[in-house]
Design a protein around this ligand. Structure first.
Ligand code: UDP
Length: 249
């Protein structure tokens, strides 16, 4: 459907925010179950060491370029991506749309209480959204393949009773992508999207980088300043650039 750009083995869709939202709206109108993932350059590097993860990402119905690293790589490969489409911006656009069209959402993930708080904040901002519910991301049996665990079964049952138009899953990568891949056929939801730490931002636990960082596309720098433990993950960014340069030769 969308033109794809191969960046280190990941088939990233050549889309901007408008295309991504048109995809979301169309899939909901036609009730087509669809999976959306938002890889950035760190995730591309992780996927290069985890074949299963790479295959799962490539199976998504929409794989958007979340991060300036991917946009720069595409320029170098002379198949320029139009813009980055970050997970959190896409989540915000989806919430706006859900508010306008009275669509329903369910938030699964983050620490106990966080998704609930995010739902309350979202409701305060967008009171027309039909919030079906939330559940934290540390339930028992939370292991890929352990379908028969009681708490996990209850979570699946609850989501199936609520039948949300959009299921936001926030376990961080690659857990959320693997979990969605494992359970998508058992869950009655329309759009599945992995949103990582965005739920923490909606809950007000984590502050998104100030606008200036967003404009300069250096939100990663802000995250390292605030959460120095991320340095190891951020170090994947220069390695990503080197690998793109090397592979393009
Ligand atoms: N998380 C979860 N279950 C787990 C592991 C992580 O719900 O088993 C949550 C964690 O509490 C956090 C999110 O997943 O809210 C991961 O956020 P992070 O910012 O690390 O993800 P990123 O956006 O960088 O992928």
């Amino acid at each position: 459907m969308f033109e794809k750009i191969n960046i280190l083995g990941l088939n990233i869709c050549r889309v901007n925010m408008k295309d991504s939202m048109n995809f979301v709206k169309g899939a909901i109108e036609r009730k087509e179950k669809s999976i959306i993932f938002t890889p950035n350059s760190e995730i591309v590097m992780v996927a290069n060491k985890d074949t299963e993860f790479k295959e799962i990402l490539n199976k998504a119905d929409l794989l958007v370029p979340d991060g300036i690293g991917l946009v720069l790589a595409s320029k170098y490969l002379k198949k320029e991506l139009q813009e980055r489409v970050t997970g959190i911006d896409l989540m915000e656009e989806m919430l706006k749309y859900a508010n306008e069209e009275n669509k329903s959402i369910y938030i699964l993930g983050a620490k106990p209480g966080v998704a609930k708080m995010a739902c309350e904040n979202i409701k305060a901002k967008y009171n027309n959204i039909d919030i079906k519910g939330s559940y934290h991301g540390y339930f028992k049996g939370f292991h890929i393949g352990m379908k028969d665990h009681m708490e996990e079964k209850l979570v699946l049952k609850e989501i199936n009773e609520k039948k949300p138009d959009i299921l936001f899953v926030a376990f961080g990568a690659p857990k959320q992508e693997k979990w969605i891949n494992e359970f998508k056929d058992d869950i009655d939801a329309n759009i599945f999207i992995g949103v990582g730490g965005s739920v923490d931002v909606y809950a007000g636990n984590v502050k998104r980088a100030p606008k200036i960082y967003q404009k300069l596309c250096i939100e990663w720098l802000y995250r390292v300043i605030k959460e120095p433990f991320r340095i190891k993950r951020i170090m994947l960014l220069p390695l990503f650039i080197l690998k793109v340069l090397k592979n393009a030769k």
